[in-house]
Design a protein around this ligand. Structure first.
Ligand code: ZN
Length: 414
């Protein structure tokens, strides 16, 4: 099935907009994106309120005290408190906004997943969070007790191997808990043959064994693909919605974009920047947490960060700083996505009749399938978008042709 809409030959609109929706879709896209903004910032405020409430009501201190009265060993106290805390936070600050998000996605036809499978996935997430976050909370608590001044440095250092292991096992261990994956060639042999043309042009040496199909159509109508994993688990994943609903040329463009992430080492760069940012972030967290304890600790019954309830203060500091620094990782991500767009479009040169038209039509299709707002607020885009808006991506594609006389491709020889 092909998504309907403004297809190949789509010309730039009078308003200078390459990505356009018909009036009814436009109305829906704007309503959906506005609801999403309220949800995004509402969830952030709600998280801060819950963490603050846990401290200000004395709940965090009382819970820590009751655990410390019953259990004997420090590590056991820490494990019980951490597991209870993450369960409480999952049920209060993570699940409700996620449920509202799902209801919105179903209402606007982005998702077709029923509530029972949705809840089954949520319970998988809860289990993963209990395992993963309990370990991290215990580690943080241990390091704070062991080195009250430098714990942030040790924790950030510990995150380096943990990040590597996490990125390595993500596609083989975590992702299959949520979605079905199979070798792309098993059901889309003709597509793999076509993708091999992009591989040959990009020199990426991505073998067919590293091309996977994700069964996404049973959950929703979104169109996507991604690069994931590191080392021997590095791979390109194409959603079945992308493979089955887009014209072949556009799938090649999306594959070219993902190849750009692959070739330009965006996963490794993301991890290095994440580690560097992690050190800076954790230093700031330690300063803010110390200030919060000094200013409010007595009233909260949390005299020191090294007490169990100090973990809640630490989380509050993390949440506050994440909220205000969000534009930094998002800006870096948008830059990488733009690089991949340039790469993908250049990769198509000589493989499809008109790379500009192909890229433009792919953005149109992806935008319609995801009900992307064609006119996002500039501040919202700067603050919350991890990809450039579909409008700016489509506008770029419409104007970018480095093979005109005097032009210079960025990643390929002329
Ligand atoms: Zn991308």
């Amino acid at each position: 099935m092909l998504l309907c809409g403004v297809l190949a030959g789509h010309a730039e609109g009078a308003a200078g907009q390459a990505y356009r929706l018909d009036p009814e879709k436009l109305r829906q896209a704007m309503a959906y994106s506005h609801a999403g903004h309220w949800l995004h910032f509402g969830a952030q405020a709600w998280t801060l309120l819950v963490l603050w409430g846990l401290l200000a009501s004395g709940t965090a201190a009382k819970l820590a005290a009751s655990i410390e009265r019953k259990a004997r060993r420090g590590w056991l106290n820490s494990a019980i408190f951490s597991a209870l805390l993450i369960t409480l936070l999952f049920l209060t600050v993570m699940l409700p906004p996620a449920a509202v998000g799902h209801a919105l996605a179903v209402h606007y036809g982005i998702s077709i997943q029923g509530w029972i499978p949705w809840l089954a996935e949520a319970s998988t997430s809860l289990r993963n969070f209990i395992v993963g976050a309990t370990f991290l909370f215990m580690l943080a608590h241990y390091l704070i007790v062991w080195s009250p001044k430098r714990y942030w440095l040790w924790f950030a250092s510990a995150m380096i191997p943990l990040t590597l292991v996490g990125a390595f096992v993500l596609p083989t261990l975590i992702d299959p808990m949520y979605d079905k994956y199979e070798p792309l060639g098993a059901t889309h042999a003709a597509l793999v043959t076509q993708l091999e043309r992009v591989v040959a042009r990009t020199g990426t040496a991505i073998p067919p064994e590293r091309m996977y199909l994700q069964r996404a159509a049973q959950k929703g109508n979104g169109i996507n693909a991604r690069v994931t994993g590191i080392g021997s688990t590095k791979r390109i994943v194409v959603w079945d919605t992308t493979a089955d609903r887009l014209p072949m040329d556009e799938v090649l463009f999306i594959f070219g974009h993902e190849s750009g992430h692959y070739v330009l080492n965006h996963i490794a760069i993301g991890m290095v920047l994440g580690v560097v940012g992690g050190f800076a972030m954790l230093y700031l967290v330690s300063r803010l947490a110390a200030w919060l304890i000094g200013r409010y600790g007595e009233g909260w019954g949390v005299p020191s960060l090294s007490s169990l309830a100090g973990l809640v203060v630490l989380l509050l500091a993390v949440a506050m700083l994440q909220d205000v620094t969000a534009p930094i990782p998002n800006g870096i991500s948008r830059w990488e996505e733009h690089q991949a767009d340039v790469y993908g479009q250049e990769a198509l040169h000589g493989l499809v009749a008109d790379p500009q038209k192909t890229a433009l039509s792919a953005f149109q299709h992806m935008g319609e399938a995801g009900l992307d707002d064609p006119n996002p607020n500039a501040f919202i885009e700067f603050w919350t978008y991890d990809h450039p808006s579909t409008q700016s991506r489509a506008n770029f594609a419409a104007h970018y042709d480095p093979w005109v006389p005097g032009g210079k491709p960025k990643f390929f020889p002329r």
